[in-house]
Design a binder for this molecule. Structure first.
Ligand SMILES: Nc1ncnc2c1ncn2[C@@H]1O[C@H](COP(=O)(O)OP(=O)(O)OP(=O)(O)O)[C@@H](O)[C@H]1O
Length: 272
């Protein structure tokens, strides 16, 4: 964890609310002196409230760095990041889901969700109701008394998503959350996340390598160039959202065309 990741000072400099997330001329470099790596930039990007933005690109192009900047775990070397008008700080406006679930093994499934409710400042008397609703939202009804090692990897990742939803942050950030899961579980969780995002209307930024995953989930896809990542393609996705048959959607001609387009853009951007 970097020192900026542990920063806790809240900052409330507001610069307007022209987007849930706003990146202005953002460049981020790691390291100091002679040994620096420019990971991203320059990037200008506005994510309107309610959008489901997917960041796609080859390994090392800076996807996670962009997400960490939006989460407030890093401060940009140059430019500005604003989340609902303010400089982001860890635990501020965003719920974050990582590649691995990072659950507390000494707590039950319900206990892990309760911890998030406590951090969110939810009144203790209302925990059971919130816990049940959150677990139902990710398809984990009836599992609250189970230990985290008694549930599958996919179920653990569902708990992590429920936990990230607990605080009702306006923003949900997911960094390759399904990378370690088998194909079938991954598809099911994609369907869950798509449904949850549609139901809650929450602004979402999702990082993946997969063009297929990007097209299924996103209402907009941004493909990054190879590092330092800049925007190579910014593509609105006009597939039906709401109550759709996931299998039908994945099998549609429009889906195949978009997937091919994004896959091609990722390959071209990685080779440039
Ligand atoms: N803490 C760090 N210190 C130094 N360099 C870093 C650090 N984190 C990332 N980098 C470098 O920054 C660049 C972008 O990394 P980042 O993890 O953001 O890419 P990514 O697109 O998410 O990669 P992947 O898809 O492999 O996870 C890479 O060159 C990486 O080596």
């Amino acid at each position: 964890m970097s020192s900026s990741e542990t920063a806790t000072t809240a900052e409330s400099t507001t610069t307007g609310h022209d987007g849930a997330v706003r990146l202005e001329d953002v460049v981020h470099r790691y390291g100091r002196g002679g040994e620096t790596v420019t990971a991203v930039g320059p990037v200008d990007l506005t994510v309107p409230a309610g959008e489901f933005l997917v960041l796609v690109g080859a390994s090392g192009c800076g996807k996670s760095t962009l997400l960490r900047l939006i989460a407030g775990f890093e401060r940009p070397t140059h430019g500005a990041v604003r989340v609902t008008g303010a400089q982001p700080r860890p635990g501020g406006a965003a719920g974050v889901v990582f590649q691995t679930p990072r659950l507390f093994p000494w707590r039950t499934v319900g206990g892990n969700v309760d911890l998030a409710l406590r951090y969110a400042g939810v009144d203790h008397a209302r925990w059971p109701e919130h816990r049940a609703r959150l677990l139902a939202r990710v398809g984990l009804e009836g599992t609250e008394k189970r230990r985290t090692w008694e549930i599958s990897g996919g179920q653990q990742q569902r708990v992590a998503i429920a936990r990230a939803l607990a605080a009702e942050h306006p923003l949900l950030l997911l960094d390759e959350p399904f990378a370690a899961l088998d194909a079938l579980t991954r598809e099911r969780l994609q369907e869950d996340v798509r449904r949850v995002a549609t139901q809650t209307g929450r602004t979402t930024v999702f990082v993946t390598h997969s063009a297929e995953e990007a097209v299924f989930l996103g209402s907009r896809i941004v493909v990054l160039t190879k590092g330092p990542g800049t925007v190579a393609l910014d593509l609105p996705i006009d597939l039906p959202r709401g109550d759709v048959d996931a299998e039908e959607l994945r099998a549609s001609r429009e889906f195949a065309a978009l997937r091919a387009r994004v896959a091609h853009a990722v390959k071209t951007a990685a080779a440039a």
